[in-house]
Ligand binder design. Structure first.
Ligand code: ACM
Length: 509
């Protein structure tokens, strides 16, 4: 061969060995990926790591698809070396002879292993992943999903399946809305009527048998979530949305209105204070590692019209020279938050509570009122940490398609997949530059979600878009690519027993 064609052939050969492989369809899309055309291929892995808990995660996640015959722990000749980082990130260096995995916070080990798991999905046969480096950092530390258990109860198996799906999507916060008007769903030993009476019924059937989580169930779910890198925020809603507790213990009620009967706790009665503090003490023991408890604090004015008639409220208003019920509510919320401050890192509240001047360092506000951008602005100005979960587009009880009949709309607007994927950039100037955004969260209220099939239909695939919006930097987000990546993830959600909406008929109940 003459010299020039020989040089060209040689260069082509060198380039092929250095070639970068096309970026695989991982979801959420990682923020920095450089892969080559080489691969690491194995039928079994030997793993060096620091702890049994780390090894358990490696083993569970990497054997989930049945492609590795064995994952063993061994310090000699490991093919997967696990170590720690000091950042909020994970890094993978994959070479033909082995893999180095380093991670910062606990949930990032789950994220790194999930990346390996997703990389191996593309292999034609066996367990094989492309070589190269992935050094990835989530956009937000709080990547959450809230489930309303009060209106319709999901139960242990459904929650575990949801946690499995969340791990697969690198979501790391499960906000567990356990109490509200239709039912109280968590066992409290000191007040058994909360579940023998308060757990009876649901939003569509007031005669339904009691459904709730026993304390053993809660501990089991907490451990299950922890193994999946997911922190639980339990929510005990107060002083509104208290009707189920008030059915069980009417002596602590603050009354309600015609539309919202028995909606509130009595905000000024010492016995109610003691009752709620007892409940919160048991909750603390059940969620020993959770940094945040959520106290609700939403829509209290729906049911406070009887407060001026309560002798305890009358006395409080006279003593404190209060002229407005808002001041009574503010005192209640501040005192409860102060009570919890020493034992929880932060107290979560819906965004209405920003008006009460709570201590910013100890408070996490959830902005849900998309029609009140001023609420977000106020929260930002006061320096609160904020989770963005506005109804539009992050309430999954809103319909996801214009043709759907069952579910909410707001002035014709609903919560489409593309809008979730475009969030929060779509907020534009509504998102104040000084806002301390902890993260994003989707909320599933279950008035219209009677069955598990409907809860799945409402949650998936929208949770995939939420996951990418919470993880991936805006410059790396690309909706058509996201849709392609979703198509590779959805069969794995189906393998868990979930039933995502795939453009077919609406599941209306
Ligand atoms: C809410 O939707 N009431 C927080």
């Amino acid at each position: 061969m003459p010299l020039r064609p020989r040089i060209v052939a040689l260069l082509a050969c060198v380039c092929a060995s250095l070639a970068f492989a096309a970026e695989p369809l991982l979801l959420p899309r990682p923020n920095a990926v450089e892969l080559t055309a080489e691969t690491f291929t194995a039928t079994e892995l030997t793993v060096s790591c620091e702890s049994g808990a780390e090894f358990a995660k490696v083993q569970r996640i990497l054997t989930a698809d049945g492609k590795l015959t064995q994952v063993r722990r061994s310090e000699t000749n490991p093919t997967l070396r696990v170590s720690r980082l000091k950042t909020s990130a994970y890094a993978l260096r994959i070479q033909p002879k082995g893999i180095d995995l380093a991670y910062g916070p606990e949930d990032q080990l789950n994220a790194a292993l999930t990346t390996l798991r997703q990389l191996a999905w593309a292999a034609q046969s066996g367990w094989s992943v492309p070589c190269g480096t992935i050094s990835d950092t989530p956009r937000y530390g709080h990547r959450g999903f809230m489930l309303d258990e009060s209106r319709h109860f999901t139960g242990k198996a459904g929650v575990k399946r949801l946690l499995d799906a969340m791990e697969l999507l690198k979501l790391n916060v499960f906000h567990w809305h356990l109490t509200d008007e239709p039912g109280w769903r968590i066992e409290i030993k000191k007040y058994p009527k909360l579940t023998t009476t308060g757990a009876l019924g649901n939003y569509t059937d007031k005669d339904a048998p009691a459904t709730f989580y026993t304390q053993d169930d809660v501990r089991e779910i907490v451990a299950y979530a922890e193994a999946r890198g997911i922190t639980i925020i339990p929510e005990i809603d107060m002083p509104g949305h208290a009707a189920a507790a008030n059915r069980a213990y009417p002596e602590f009620s603050g009354g309600g209105s015609k539309k919202y009967p028995d909606f509130t706790f009595n905000p000024a009665k010492a016995e109610t204070d003691a009752f709620l503090k007892d409940i919160l003490a048991e909750v603390r023991t059940l969620f020993p590692k959770s940094p945040v408890i959520h106290l609700g604090g939403d829509e209290v004015h729906f049911g406070w019209e009887q407060w001026p008639k309560l002798p305890e409220v009358q006395k409080l208003m006279a003593d404190e020279k209060f002229t407005k019920l808002d001041e009574v509510e503010g005192r209640f919320v501040r005192r409860m938050a102060d009570h919890l401050a020493p034992t929880w890192t932060q107290v979560g509240l819906w965004d209405e509570a920003s008006r009460f001047n709570l201590p910013p360092a100890k408070t996490l506000l959830f902005w849900w009122r998309h029609d009140k951008p001023q609420g977000l602005k106020d929260a930002a100005e006061k320096g609160y940490d904020i989770v963005l979960c506005p109804r539009i587009p992050l309430y999954f009880d809103f319909v996801q398609d214009g043709t759907h009949k069952s579910g909410r709309r707001w002035a014709g607007k609903f919560a489409e997949l593309a809008a979730i994927h475009a969030f929060p950039e779509s907020l534009g100037a509504t998102l104040p530059a000084n806002a301390k955004i902890r993260g994003l969260q989707a909320n599933l209220w279950t008035e219209t979600a009677v069955t598990q099939e409907r809860r799945d239909f409402l949650t998936f695939p929208r949770l995939l878009a939420l996951a990418e919006s919470a993880w991936t930097q805006p410059a790396r987000k690309d909706f058509p690519r996201f849709q392609q990546a979703s198509a590779t993830v959805i069969p794995h959600l189906e393998a868990l027993g979930l039933k995502p909406w795939k453009g077919d008929a609406e599941v209306a109940k």
